[in-house]
Design a protein around this ligand. Structure first.
Ligand code: GDP
Length: 310
């Protein structure tokens, strides 16, 4: 089994929409009428998106097997979103894992979980760039948007977020509620845990500090990045992740063995995945205040895909 391509960026700013396999996966699923939570990890290539997505996959697969201790030092990470050991042949686009999982929510509802990988290649400070369209698509389709950045969080990262959130938001202007559900900024290889600790709490403090810094440098009348982001997302969070260790970062033959990953990273990624997928946190996709089903997601993908085709 391998990820399915939903969108691909092509020449002349074109976005190609692939529907056949995706249609197959969504329309024929036994879960097609369930509400859906779509988790998309977006960011530029070679910054560990596939690696972290594989932890979600691994968790969900172990859950089906009713294995509680899902990270076991004697076990290996399930490598569904495969490794790219070089920077060549990288495709900008959105990939989806074909398996759809079921998870419970706080209200004892069971909803479907879909995992997506959204990959751009550059910075996207201008709204016209292709990558901004791609990230906007990811925001429009997902209910949990994880924005993956490396080493630190700075104003440029937030400006990028502002661009594609605002861009995506224009497609939902008549929404009675905030258009998007959850944004989590994931900072990889965080180097200053003595300043802001690893995890969600440190992330929250860092995010507030970066928002504050940006606000102070702005003229009063300008809409701040914080405003755009908070106007568009119901929930905004940030998580600071430690370095996974030398073996993961530098060995092209690393095969997912948990024993070769730093314990501190494993502890943090365990918290990260378990928190996002906890029944009280799992967020179903809504459009204009209405829940979207697995089958409805297909219609959404087609609709937005056609909007962004040109
Ligand atoms: P993607 O292109 O963003 O999906 O990145 P991958 O998950 O394919 O990882 C790219 C490379 O970075 C691989 O060699 C991984 O083993 C390595 N890697 C994965 N996660 C991390 C991380 O958190 N920090 C560092 N430094 N390297 C990582």
């Amino acid at each position: 089994m391998s990820p399915l391509q939903i969108f691909k960026l092509a020449e002349e700013n074109k976005i190609i929409l692939f529907t056949d396999e995706v249609e197959n996966a969504l329309k024929n699923s036994v879960l097609k009428d369930r509400k859906v939570c779509v988790i998309s990890v977006a960011g530029i290539f070679r910054q560990g998106k596939s690696f972290v997505l594989n932890f979600f996959l691994h968790f969900l697969k172990k859950k089906i097997q009713k294995i509680e201790k899902w990270i076991d030092p004697d076990d290996k990470l399930f490598l569904g979103f495969s490794w790219k050991s070089t920077t060549e042949g990288i495709t900008e686009g959105i990939l989806m894992w074909p398996e759809i999982f079921l998870t419970e929510t706080e209200s004892n509802d069971e909803i479907a979980i879909i995992l997506m990988d959204t990959q751009g290649t550059a910075d996207h400070t201008t709204s016209g760039t292709q990558s901004a369209s791609l990230f906007a698509l990811s925001v429009l389709i997902s209910s949990v948007q994880i924005y993956n950045v490396k080493n630190h969080l700075n104003t440029d990262h937030l400006k990028n977020l502002q661009v594609f959130t605002g861009y995506g938001g224009t497609y939902c202007e008549n929404s009675p509620e905030k258009p998007f559900q959850k944004l989590v900024i994931l900072v990889r290889d965080w180097e200053y845990p003595f300043e802001y600790d690893y995890g969600f709490e440190g992330g929250k403090m860092l995010l507030e500090a970066v928002f504050r810094k940006h606000r102070e440098s702005q003229q009063e009348e300008l809409t701040t990045i914080q405003e755009t982001i908070e106007e568009n997302f119901e929930q905004v969070g940030c998580f600071l992740m430690p370095h996974p260790g030398k073996e993961v970062a530098t060995n092209p033959n690393f095969d997912g063995n948990f024993d070769c990953v730093d314990d501190e990273f494993l502890g943090c990624v365990e918290t990260f995945v378990e928190t996002i997928l906890a029944p009280e946190n799992v967020v179903p996709k809504k459009i204009n205040g209405e829940f979207v089903t697995v089958q409805g997601l297909l219609e959404l993908i087609k609709m937005y895909g056609n909007h962004f085709k040109e």
